[in-house]
Design a protein around this ligand. Structure first.
Ligand SMILES: *Cc1c(COP(=O)(O)O)cnc(C)c1O
Length: 450
């Protein structure tokens, strides 16, 4: 399998090169040159690791099968549930628990794998890597837990200084490993993401410092996230909907790719919070940037979704020239219109937007009805599924204890902390920096592996 860029500027690169490249050198996103088919009835085993193995083999042909197997074993052995992503049923809703990894959010599923993959490739190539990423909370800690203590890797994570929860910040900063650099930026998540994008565009700098990325732009993350769509489908054994709380369009894009591969997903429900650019896109074909609003579900406080470009690429029949032109237009005008494609978009997705007030009501409703606590992100997905009114698998993207303030606000009592979260106390290592591309480049020059 070869990989290419959504903007035509990169073509015929191997899986390993695609993973090390992160964002494509032409500013586009990496996609496989074709979508392999995998019908769920052709899977012999329905456990998470076996499914992962069958899917990964279709996309990876430059790593020995035995090593792919070992990477999967190592990545998912650290999960605290033997099923990795267990499912619970509540009447017509199923909750797919994606938060059993070391940082209690679904991003562990991809980042444990990506961390081990990086270490594997670097060891083989005798190279070093400096990973650079932006986080609105969960990616950062998941990346740090995926990479801390790994050989030949340093990890620089930018986060908005007042834009993540106290627990999320402690998860990133209460860490001894010297290869970890959590950096608080005086700005928003979009500012952090913009700094990263600009630095990655500087190819000379990127090469000199062997920069790699863990943001949801890395294709390995999409790949790992395809697995639980198949897993859930096989467990439930019928054609259902999936409801996905969305920010960067990464998790839901993995579902879309699963559908292109042949998983019979009836519809993907796209669930946003009050940062509703993707909701407006699906409902009205209006993709226009507005200011980011702080909500109770901070990991979805995003106005431009980095994986959106991958979907656009398929929406326009893999026409990379069209994508390139659209992205130039988006950069210039901060908006795009897709009214000509609404029929197609609405056959892939339905979309709902959930307010903070509805998030709190939904947490309360679900707890009172089922004695089960959902986190504020999951609440957006559950609320969307309730509005759609059909049998739906709701992706539970974080453990509720990660957002204990919101839970207390909704339910009036404090939720018990899992042991690993309760133990977090002090910021052992963190760094504060101006909202400036130059400042961050300078920080990297001082601290990177070369
Ligand atoms: C990152 C995150 C999301 C959004 O996922 P995307 O892939 O960015 O769409 C939703 N919920 C939680 C808890 C997250 O950490």
């Amino acid at each position: 399998m070869f990989y290419k860029s959504t903007r035509c500027g990169v073509d015929k690169i191997s899986f390993k090169d695609a993973i090390m490249m992160g964002l494509a050198t032409d500013g586009g996103l990496i996609v496989p040159e074709f979508v392999p088919k995998l019908l769920p009835q052709n899977l012999k085993n329905d456990d998470f690791k076996s499914i992962a193995f069958e899917i990964f083999k279709l996309y990876i042909d430059d790593i020995k099968e035995k090593d792919i197997f070992d990477l999967i074993e190592k990545s998912y052995a650290v999960f605290d549930d033997i099923e990795v992503t267990p499912i619970r049923q509540f009447d017509s809703l199923y909750i797919l628990e994606l938060f059993h990894g070391p940082t209690y959010a679904f991003k562990d599923i991809a980042l444990q794998f990506l961390g081990n993959l990086f270490e594997y490739i670097l060891d083989e190539r005798n190279q070093t890597l400096n990973v650079l990423g932006a986080t609105s909370g969960d990616t950062g800690s998941a990346a740090i837990y995926g990479l801390k203590g790994k050989k030949n890797v340093k990890v620089f994570i930018l986060y908005p200084k007042n834009g993540v929860s106290p627990t999320q910040e402690l998860q990133m900063c209460d860490i001894e490993d010297k290869n970890v650099f959590p950096i608080a930026i005086y700005g928003t998540f979009d500012d952090c993401q913009n700094i990263i994008k600009e630095i990655f565009k500087d190819n000379a700098f990127k090469e000199k410092y062997h920069l790699g990325s863990i943001n949801s732009i890395n294709f390995a993350r999409i790949l790992a996230q395809i697995v639980y769509y198949y897993y859930a489908f096989l467990k439930i054994g019928k054609n259902v909907l999936f409801s996905v709380p969305t920010g960067n369009f990464g998790d839901i894009f993995a579902g879309y790719l699963a559908k292109l591969m042949g998983l019979p997903i009836e519809k993907l429900i796209l669930a946003t919070n009050e940062n509703d650019v993707l909701y407006r896109f699906v409902r009205f074909g209006d993709y226009s940037k507005q200011n980011v609003k702080k909500t109770l579900s901070p990991s979805m406080d995003i106005q431009l979704a980095s994986n959106f470009e991958r979907y656009i690429y398929y929406l326009y029949d893999q026409d990379c020239n069209k994508v390139k032109n659209l992205m130039v237009e988006l950069n210039k005008n901060s908006k795009l219109s897709f009214t000509d494609k609404l029929n197609q978009i609405q056959s892939d997705f339905s979309a709902y937007r959930t307010s903070d007030k509805e998030i709190l009501e939904t947490i309360k409703y679900f707890y009172e009805k089922y004695n089960y606590i959902i986190d504020p992100h999951t609440a957006c997905g559950v609320k969307a599924a309730l509005k759609e009114g059909k049998q739906t698998i709701c992706l539970a993207t974080a453990h509720p204890a990660k957002f204990s303030e919101a839970i207390e606000n909704a339910l009036g009592f404090k939720i018990d902390m899992p042991e690993k979260l309760a133990k977090l106390k002090t910021k052992k290592r963190n760094f504060e920096q101006e909202n400036s591309i130059e400042a961050i480049k300078h920080f990297i020059e001082l601290n990177a592996n070369v």
